[in-house]
Design a protein around this ligand. Structure first.
Ligand SMILES: [Zn+2]
Length: 259
């Protein structure tokens, strides 16, 4: 196996504090009840390095068919946020060490597979879990580094304009402390290779839908439909299950509510 993903995890593990401090200083802390202007010196949101910063897409475009516009839209207080072109800063090292290698591996895993006849083995499941954890983390970073934007339709909403998107996400009431804890937890997950305890937390469906569905609650669960591979994935980031059947039942009840 390539040592590159190991290098990536080590770099993440050693620099969690650097990244969290940077996020706190630039995006979370407020002075006199006002947001601080973030530094123009970007760092890699995985390893904290401040050299050769590139833009990493939060939504891997290979995984979906072209028109992702409607798909990756989250409505916040009546305004749409579209994620399909969203990026976060990552250094070229992390980008090639993990992100590229991992995406290639996932593509191989998904291509030409009928998941009903040919379910994933545990090593494939671990690979998928790592990928979903990465997506969760990227969403968190994007949402903490972006402010709520005014829209042409609704105009500027003064009392919101100053806050990171993260604090305004539906389903949750995030305090600054909770935001930083969730991001720290998420980074820790990325630094750990083994996902043994979580193998039952991933539910794989064969999907025959032509359209796609996506929903995600940061630090809780994610549902992704990959129409071109006829695969749908549901993953619980924190919960552990005795059997995959239990996870399946819980996933189904959430899907029914959200659909
Ligand atoms: Zn990096």
């Amino acid at each position: 196996m390539s040592t590159k993903p190991q290098n990536f995890r080590k770099a993440v593990r050693q620099n969690i504090k650097t990244v969290i401090d940077y996020i706190d200083r630039n995006y979370v802390l407020r002075e006199n009840d006002k947001a601080i202007t973030p530094s123009k010196d970007l760092i890699c949101m995985f390893c904290g390095r401040d050299q050769s910063i590139t833009k990493e897409h939060i939504i891997p475009r290979w995984a979906f068919v072209k028109d992702t516009k409607a798909f990756f839209t989250v409505t916040l207080n009546g305004l749409h946020q579209t994620y399909n072109k969203a990026t976060i800063p990552a250094c070229s090292q992390c980008n090639s060490d993990l992100l590229n290698d991992q995406e290639r591996l996932l593509q191989q895993l998904f291509t030409g597979r009928d998941v009903k006849k040919e379910p994933f083995y545990w090593d494939g499941i671990q690979e998928i879990i790592r990928w979903l954890e990465l997506i969760d983390y990227k969403f968190q970073i994007y949402n903490i580094t972006r402010r709520f934007r005014a829209s042409k339709k609704v105009g500027k909403i003064d009392y919101l304009v100053d806050f990171p998107l993260y604090m305004l996400l539906p389903n949750k009431d995030y305090t600054p402390f909770q935001v930083l804890s969730a991001i720290r937890r998420s980074l820790k997950r990325l630094s750990v290779a083994k996902k043994h305890k979580h193998l039952n937390s991933l539910v794989v469906f064969k999907s025959i839908n032509k359209g796609f569905h996506f929903f995600h609650t940061i630090d809780e669960y994610i549902f992704l439909e990959l129409p071109q591979y006829q695969i749908a994935l549901f993953y619980f980031f924190n919960e552990e299950f005795g059997t995959v059947k239990e996870a399946h039942n819980q996933a189904m009840s959430i899907i029914k509510k959200v659909y």
